[in-house]
Structure formats: C-alpha cells, structure tokens
Design a protein around this ligand. Structure first.
Ligand SMILES: Cc1cc2nc3c(=O)[nH]c(=O)nc-3n(C[C@H](O)[C@H](O)[C@H](O)COP(=O)(O)O)c2cc1C
Length: 367
C-alpha cells in the first residue's frame, strides 16, 4: 500500500512536470468536420500504427523532435500590417514552384494506412500544390507513383544508395526515366536501427546492411546521373559546411524522425548550430528540415533561421487512413496555421522572416 502510494505520488510528479509528450487533447477531432467521423478511430491495425509511430531506442530523439520547438518562445511584433501574408506562402524548392514551404517527407509503406497507398499521397500533393518525395521503400514502384502524378507535377525520388554500382545505376536510370526531378539520398542510415517498439511486430528498419556513404561516393554518383543529388539526414553544422564545399545543391536537416540513432539532434538544434556558426550558410545552399513539425508555429521557428521548406512525415502517413482527402486536409490545416501564426507573430512576408522573431535562449524546465 505504502509502496503504491509512493509510486503514485512520484508518477503524478512526473506528469505534472511533463504534462504530455505526444498527443495533447486539442479538440481537433471536432474541428476536422463532417468528412472525418467524430468518435471513430481511423482503421489502422496496431501493427501498422506501430510501424509509423516507432522511434529508435528509448525514443528520446523522437520525443525531443516534438518538444524542441516549444523550448524557444516567440517575440511577436505588434502594430504591423500583416494582411497580405498569405501571398508569401508560395515558394520554390530547387527551382520548382510550390504553393507552400512544406512538403511530404519520404516515408515507406503507405499501404499500411490505406489500400491506395502512395497514390493518395501523390494525388493529395498535386491537389495541394506541394512537393512529394516518395520513399524508395514505398509500397508501389516509383514508376507507378509517377504515372499517377498530375501533368507538370514535380516529384523528387528518395533513395538509399547501396554499395553496388549496378543496382545504383538502375535506381538512377529508373528515377530519371519516370520523370523525377531530383534524387534525395538518405545518408543518416548507414547502419541498422534499434526499433524496439516495432520489433514486437517485426516491422523494424529495412536497411540492415552496413552501407558506405562518403564524399567520394557522392562524386561517383554525380557522374552516374543527370539529376541533382540532395543529401537527407545532415545532423551537424560541420557536415552542412562540407556539403557547401562539395557544391551540393540542397540538404535536409533530419534525424529520420528519431527512428535511427537515439540521441541524435533534432533539425531545429542543427539549424541553430548552423546559424550560430555562420548564418550565411543558409544562403549558400538550400536547407530543408524535418522531424516533429506538427504546427505552423513549429515550421516558423525553422523558417526564421533560414530553412527554406519543412518536411512532414507521420502526419501525412496517418492522414492517409482517410485517403486523398486526409492528405489534402493536413496540407490545408498547415497552410492556415502558417498564415495565422505568422500574422500573430507580426511577420508580413514569410520570405522575410528572420531569426529576431524568436528568443533563442531555451526556456523553462527544458533547458
Ligand atoms: C513510417 C516512416 C517511414 C519512413 N521511411 C523513410 C524512408 O524510406 N526513407 C527516408 O529517407 N526517410 C524515411 N522516414 C523519415 C522521414 O522521411 C522523415 O525524416 C520523418 O518522418 C520526419 O519526422 P516526422 O515523422 O516527425 O514528421 C520515414 C518515417 C516514417 C515515420
């Protein structure tokens, strides 16, 4: 009895300090409206949900990705005319035009949420005017996804590049032939990941071999394709700097949604490190970032440092349980939040947002 009382007291202390880690009750279910039945959960099997939700190890990086944004409070500027801020939502990513500075990050196995799998994502992205980067480990072949694209829709192809040049050349040629406009080489997974939550259902990581990813390999790959190669999974300012030196056109700051190396930094922490070291890095290379972006206000902190576009993974994968309308709804919510949040922050033009709108001293219990 005494033991359980102590345990209960300790537990309530923990909850008081960390009121939620994952899903706050925001009333979003009511807000979503008629096409999203209130009171019923999406039909995703426990195993499939676990594959999406999973993080590596103790899931500290997964949770840190979600929590990190709120460590940095805004400094809202009042008395500013923000009434045209929505005009600044469209942007270009590697020279291709899109309706907003966010995109669908590459995530494997869209069939775990919906039988139409990646088709909902490619069509949803077209309807929303945003970039979609299909994963190499999509359920559907990259050709089928591309065939379902709208006319003139831009897609980039995510690849894990094996240490087998014949296989690599095949990937490059397939992506080029199918009309992809860039290759996104994921470099944050040279080893297997410990995914214990997923191991229960045997739905862990698919890259189980040790893979060599080096600058020499990059030079070689460049001679094997006409497509620009973007590096996904940059986790230090030093690697970002080296990417600039190697004339890489764009990088994605990412720890793979906390799914690979537990303890790896969030994209926001890497962006801060880059900014502190040399803010001009963001002008020398296009910088995208993903991990834990759930609200417009999360994205604004990344954009404030010079990030050009943010990627969203799990929210689109979960939303796909509702098919294409679910995918479009996520994009619509995020666009609305970007407009409303930048207005409330006193930013009249998203392209001109600067680091001064955030207090970069971490606040409160988290520091
Ligand atoms: C279910 C799932 C599968 C993923 N598969 C891949 C993949 O095949 N290739 C890749 O580069 N990243 C993959 N990622 C990582 C995402 O591209 C992205 O970095 C991450 O999801 C962003 O974090 P967020 O889910 O918190 O938005 C995957 C992520 C999830 C959730």
């Amino acid at each position: 009895m005494r033991y359980s009382l102590i345990t209960a007291t300790l537990a309530s202390g923990v909850f008081a300090a960390r009121p939620f880690l994952n899903e706050p009750d925001t009333g979003i279910v009511d807000a979503l409206g008629a096409s999203f039945p209130v009171g019923s959960l999406p039909d995703i099997k426990n195993m499939n949900y676990t594959y999406y939700r999973n993080g590596a190890g103790g899931e500290w990086s997964y949770r840190n990705n979600l929590e990190v944004y709120n460590r940095y409070r805004f400094k809202p500027r009042m008395m500013v005319d923000i009434t045209k801020v929505q005009d600044s939502l469209p942007t270009s990513i590697l020279g291709h035009n899109f309706s907003a500075p966010f995109y669908i990050s590459p995530c494997a196995r869209a069939d775990y949420a919906h039988p139409e799998a990646e088709i909902n994502l490619v069509k949803g992205a077209a309807a929303a005017g945003i970039l979609y980067i299909p994963s190499l480990y999509s359920h559907l072949p990259m050709e089928t996804i591309a065939e379902n694209a709208a006319e003139n829709q831009t897609l980039f192809a995510q690849l894990y590049i094996p240490n087998n040049d014949t296989q690599t050349q095949t990937y490059f040629d397939r992506a080029e032939k199918a009309g992809y406009k860039a290759l996104v080489w994921t470099i944050d997974s040279p080893g297997d990941a410990s995914r214990q939550r997923a191991a229960r259902f045997d739905v862990g990581s698919s890259n189980v071999e040790l893979t060599r990813n080096t600058w020499e390999d990059l030079e070689k790959y460049r001679s094997m394709t006409k497509l620009p190669i973007i590096l996904k999974g940059v986790q230090t300012a030093a690697v970002a700097k080296a990417a600039i030196e190697h004339k890489v056109p764009a990088i994605v700051l990412s720890n793979h949604g906390g799914r690979n190396l537990d303890g790896s930094p969030s994209a926001l922490e890497v962006a801060i490190e880059m900014y502190q070291e040399d803010p001009t890095m963001f002008q020398k290379i296009e910088v995208y970032a993903d991990g834990g972006v759930r609200y417009g206000s999360d994205a604004l902190r990344l954009l404030a440092l010079g990030v050009r576009a943010v990627g969203i993974g799990r929210p689109f994968m979960y939303a796909n349980a509702f098919g294409q309308p679910g995918v479009e709804k996520v994009a619509q919510i995020l666009k609305g939040e970007l407009i409303g949040d930048s207005a409330n922050l006193g930013v009249p033009d998203l392209k001109k947002i600067d680091a001064e709108v955030v207090n970069w001293t971490p606040n409160g219990w988290y520091s």
